[in-house]
Every structure is written in structure tokens, then in C-alpha cells.
Write a protein that binds this ligand. Structure first.
Ligand SMILES: Cc1ncc(C[n+]2csc(CCOP(=O)(O)OP(=O)(O)O)c2C)c(N)n1
Length: 577
């Protein structure tokens, strides 16, 4: 049996695991692994910040379905990943983060660049490991990837002390199987729960399907289509679920939630059955929980048993992988004798009326570019390329989600659970590294972009032709909107009109920069960005004070949704006016 250093064992294990790309940034404690990396067939993308590397790994995972890998040094390298690791946990992203650590002998001694990374990330990883000896590494790596991608996907961290990397151990081969005591994600729904679910669906008069990111994670969009084909039930998706159903599907209701479509939200209020699939009843969806789903029965399909009845009481929980459960459900639903579409005629008519009364709308007048117009045009003009679209966090994100035109899963990258500004650009970078020939479009905010824009270098170095469109309102727009609506227009620390000249900034990085300032320039500017080879940054200067509607104010019930141009009811000011 071969003796090798821990670093060699690590690289061999990663290759065996099928890892072909690592996003990372080197440093003292992880130096040895970086030295060995050179000799292995793994592409390394050197990001300029560890948060970027980690979001990039999320983008890689979301677009490929294969866990993303990150490698960073101890202390500051590892702590710089924490925001993105938390982001990955909240959005169920399978990533494996390999962190260097000081030698075991000095751990706990305030050694240079020491941080208790296992302790720090306990609450923000699905699981974490400390690999104390070289020979533990293959088992730990195998388990790390297995845990990251199985069940409800999530981030796993492996802390690698320097002596474990530099020390020698016997490599007994990479394990073929994994068995982790107490960890057995359940794939198939319980037959009696499936039966109950089918009974409820068969009787429903006003049902709605509310799908989430779980559909994407379990590659179940085909099964979802099938369910809709059989039952003809109108379907809405959460921010994380976008792409699971083509947005031109006749039963597609648009996104639901705080800034979802008026009619999708109304369906949640007026339905008699809610079929939640791979979604977790986030507060951005439920609004005031005590008012949520009072009028209807609820079926909840989820692989994570701990998410069942966490926020909302449900009538029929089905624990299992969304794909497996939908297959089982579809098999049974096929046998239900019912004229579905006919039975739902009244329900469809009601939804249609609501849609006509409360459409998504904005008015593009002369002079100044409406952000919705710019975003709509970006998505329209890129549609034919079947682009991968990422966003930052804020108003631009919500507008992009409202008019998202994706027809396929794994093409939409956005930070849902944690809402991390600075996510869009690195996620796009990671996706482009996975799909160098795809069109990757990052719709960003001027505030969000400034959080991670240093990695423009990385695009150039690795020939990643990401097209970034900054929807530039010179404000932390979403916060300004809340201050305007709920804090009596007292704007506090939201003005960011002191900002770099984004065109010059791009040029300083060796990248094409384009500015679009007038409505009539929008179309040509976007087309130029798409046709220009290589990475491009487009500064789209938009109306500063546009607000994002519809909106369910935080803590309000869904029925209190505010549409475009409607006055904000007094009770929502909570005394601040
Ligand atoms: C890291 C981080 N810090 C703070 C926030 C709070 N926050 C949410 S939206 C927002 C403003 C976003 O501004 P910008 O990126 O310019 O987008 P806009 O809303 O103007 O479209 C802020 C500060 C956040 N979500 N993430």
C-alpha cells in the first residue's frame, strides 16, 4: 500500500470523486495542498476573494447539479467564506469547502491565522469535519461530497490542519461506498401519505401548486410538468423554484411571495388545496403566518423532515425526494377519473380576472430609463440564447424575477434565503466556468456589484465572458423603498451616488465597458454587450426612485398585498409617519 502525503491523498480523492474545477485562494496553511495541486488534472480558478470563490462554487453547483468545490487557507481565508457558506445552507446548495488549518499541535494556541473554523461554521454548514490525520482524508472527502449532494443539499466544510496535509499516511484507495450512522435521507414517500395526498388532490376544486427550489435540486421539473399535464392545476413557483416550469406554460401563474404576481398570491389566499413541493414556507412567501393557508388544506412534499411543520401546519406531509414522490403521485393521479380542466373552469376564470385587474406593469416615458424596462429588455434580447441569469439582491433582483423568461431549470441564480448582496457576479463567474460557451448574464445592482466587483480580473484571466448589467439607481434601492414606504421617507444611508465610473472601472480591468443613459439607447446597448466577445460591464443608468410592486409588506397578510400605484394603508406604517 502506498505511503503519500495528506495533500496527495486529498488530490487523489478529489479526482476520484470527479472534481474537475476548484474555486479558491491560497495561503500559508493550505500551501502544501496548492503545491501538490499543480500535478493533478484539476482546473483551479483563482478568485480574488474567498467569498467570491464560494459563491462561484454555488453557481457551479446550481447550473451543473454537481457539488462545487472551494479551497482556501486558514483563519481569514476560511472566515471570508462564511457569508457564502450561510448563503449555500439557506438555499440548499451542495458545495464542499476545503479550509487549511494551523498544525494540530498549535490549534487553540492563538497561532498565526488560526480561527476555530469548525466551531464558526457549525451553524452554517450541513456538516463539517476536522481531518486530523492524512489517512482519514479519503473517508472524510467521500462523506463530505455524499452529505453535500444527498438529501437536502447543502454546504460541507473540511478543515485540514497543516500536519495532516504534510504528514504521510497510507492511501488505501478511495472508498466506494458511504455509510453514515444516523444519516439516511428518505427517498420514497410513505404510501399511506401518498394515498391521502391523491385523495385530497382528486377532490380539490380550487387547487394550486406552489413549487420551490427542491424541484430544481432533485431534477424533477419533468415530473412537475407531468403532474400539471394530468391534473391541470395552476402552478406558481418561489424565487428559488424559477425555471422548473417554462414561463410560457398556460398554467404558469408567475412567481409568488413578497414581490410575486398579484394573482399568484391571490391563489394562495383563495385556494382550497395548496400543494407545496420542495418549498419551505419561507416568511417571504407566507407573509403573516397566522393568516396563512387558513382556508385550505395543505400537502407538503419535502426531503427534509425537519422542514415539515416548521413554519406552517400541514394536513398531509410527504417526506421524500421530490422526483420520487412526484413519480409515485403521478402514477396514482393518472388513475383518477375526473374531468380536471372542466372542474376548474370557475377557478381559472377567477384567476384570469385577477390577472387582468392587476397585471405587472410599468410606464416607460421619455427621458429616463425605467429599471423594469431595462431588465425586461435584457431578458427579452437574450432569451434566444437560453442564457444563465444571475442577480444581485434588491429591487433589480425582484424585477428580474418577475419577468424572468427561463424555460429550463438550472439557469436562474439568485440568493433567496440569505439575500446576499454581492452574490450575482461571483455566481455568474462560477456558472460560466462550468459552461464556457453559454451566455451568462448577471443583472446586478450598483450596491450589490460593489461588494464583489474586484473579481473582474478573474473573468479576464480565465476567459469567462460574463455580461454584467448594473441597474444603476445610485441608491441602495430596496432599502430606500422601505424607508420611503414605511419610515416616512426618512432616507438614512442609502444614497450611493459617490461611485466609481463603472465604464472606466471595467476598462481598468481590461474589460469592455458600456454606458446606457437614455431609453432610446437601451436596445442597441444591450445588443452591443451581447455581441462583444469577452466579458462586458454595462452601466445602465435608471430612474432613481422607482419602486418595486406588487409588494406584501413585511409581516402583513398576503391579502394585504399592495399593487402598483395603490396607497399604503395607514396601519402598515406602524406609527413611524
Ligand atoms: C450583504 C448584504 N448587506 C445588506 C443587505 C441589505 N440590503 C438588501 S437590498 C439592499 C440594497 C441593494 O442595493 P442595490 O444592489 O443597488 O440594488 P437595488 O435595490 O438598488 O436594485 C440592501 C442594502 C443585504 N441584503 N446583503
Amino acid at each position: 500500500m502506498e505511503k503519500m502525503t495528506g495533500s496527495e491523498i486529498l488530490m487523489k480523492s478529489l479526482v476520484e470523486e470527479g472534481v474537475t474545477t476548484i474555486f479558491g485562494h491560497p495561503g500559508g496553511a493550505i500551501l502544501h495542498a496548492y503545491d501538490v495541486l499543480i500535478d493533478y488534472p484539476i482546473k483551479h480558478v483563482l478568485c480574488r476573494h474567498e467569498q467570491v470563490a464560494t459563491h462561484a462554487a454555488e453557481g457551479y453547483y446550481k447550473t451543473t447539479g454537481k457539488p462545487g468545490t472551494v479551497m482556501v487557507t486558514s483563519g481569514p481565508g476560511a472566515t471570508n467564506c462564511v457569508t457564502a457558506i450561510t448563503d449555500a445552507l439557506m438555499d440548499s446548495m451542495a458545495i464542499v469547502v476545503l479550509t487549511g488549518q494551523v498544525p494540530t499541535a498549535v490549534m487553540g494556541c492563538d497561532a498565526f491565522q488560526e480561527a476555530d473554523v469548525v466551531g464558526t461554521t457549525r451553524a452554517c454548514t450541513k456538516h463539517n469535519f476536522l481531518a486530523q490525520r492524512a489517512e482519514d482524508i479519503p473517508r472524510i472527502i467521500k462523506e463530505a461530497y455524499y452529505i453535500a449532494r444527498s438529501g437536502r443539499p447543502g454546504p460541507v466544510l473540511v478543515d485540514l490542519p497543516k500536519d495532516a496535509l504534510m504528514g504521510h499516511g497510507t492511501f488505501q484507495g478511495y472508498p466506494k461506498d458511504v455509510s453514515i450512522r444516523g444519516y439516511n435521507p428518505q427517498l420514497y414517500g410513505h404510501p399511506s401519505q401518498i394515498k391521502k395526498a391523491v385523495e385530497l388532490i382528486a377532490q380539490a376544486k380550487r387547487p394550486v401548486i406552489y413549487g420551490g427550489g427542491g424541484i430544481i435540486h432533485s431534477d424533477a421539473s419533468e415530473e412537475l410538468h407531468e403532474m400539471i399535464d394530468i391534473t391541470q392545476i395552476p402552478t406558481t413557483l418561489t424565487l428559488m423554484g424559477l425555471g422548473a416550469l417554462p414561463t410560457n406554460h398556460p398554467l404558469w401563474l408567475g412567481m409568488l411571495g413578497m414581490h410575486g404576481t398579484y394573482w399568484a398570491n391571490m391563489c394562495m389566499v383563495h385556494c382550497d388545496l395548496m400543494i407545496a413541493i420542495g418549498s419551505r414556507f419561507d416568511d417571504r412567501i407566507t407573509g403573516k403566518v397566522s393568516e396563512f393557508g387558513k382556508q385550505c388544506k395543505i400537502i407538503h412534499v419535502d426531503i427534509d423532515p425537519t422542514s415539515i411543520r416548521k413554519n406552517v401546519n400541514v394536513d398531509v406531509p410527504v417526506v421524500g425526494d421530490v422526483k420520487c414522490v412526484l413519480r409515485e403521485l403521478n402514477k396514482k393521479l393518472r388513475n383518477v377519473r375526473r374531468n380536471w380542466a372542466k372542474d376548474f373552469e370557475e377557478w381559472y376564470a377567477e384567476i384570469e380576472a385577477c390577472k387582468i385587474q392587476h397585471p405587472l406593469r410599468y410606464e416607460q416615458r421619455e427621458g429616463v430609463i425605467k429599471p423594469q424596462y431595462a431588465i425586461d429588455m435584457i431578458l427579452r434580447l437574450t432569451e434566444e440564447y437560453d442564457p444563465i441569469v444571475s442577480t444581485g439582491v434588491g429591487q433589480h433582483q425582484m424585477w428580474a424575477a418577475q419577468v424572468y423568461r427561463g424555460r429550463m431549470p438550472r439557469r436562474w441564480l439568485t440568493s433567496g434565503g440569505l439575500g446576499t448582496m454581492g452574490y450575482g457576479f461571483p455566481a455568474a463567474l462560477g456558472a460560466q466556468a462550468a459552461f464556457p460557451d453559454s451566455l451568462v448574464v448577471n443583472i446586478d445592482g450598483d450596491g450589490s456589484f460593489q461588494m464583489t466587483m474586484q473579481d473582474l480580473c478573474t473573468l479576464l484571466e480565465y476567459e469567462l465572458p460574463v455580461k454584467t448589467f448594473i441597474i444603476n439607481n445610485k441608491y441602495l434601492g430596496m432599502v430606500r423603498q422601505w424607508q420611503q414606504l414605511f419610515y416616512g421617507q426618512r432616507y438614512s444611508q442609502v444614497n450611493i451616488d459617490h461611485q466609481p465610473d463603472f465604464v472606466k472601472l471595467a476598462e481598468a480591468f481590461g474589460i469592455t465597458g458600456i454606458r446606457i443613459e437614455r431609453p432610446e439607447e437601451v436596445k442597441a446597448g444591450i445588443e452591443k454587450a451581447i455581441s462583444t466577445p469577452g466579458p462586458v460591464v454595462v452601466d445602465v443608468v435608471v430612474d432613481r426612485e422607482e419602486n418595486c410592486f406588487p409588494m406584501i409588506p413585511a409581516g402583513a397578510a398576503i391579502k394585504d398585498i399592495i399593487d402598483v400605484g395603490e396607497p399604503i394603508p395607514d396601519k402598515l406604517f406602524q406609527g413611524w409617519r
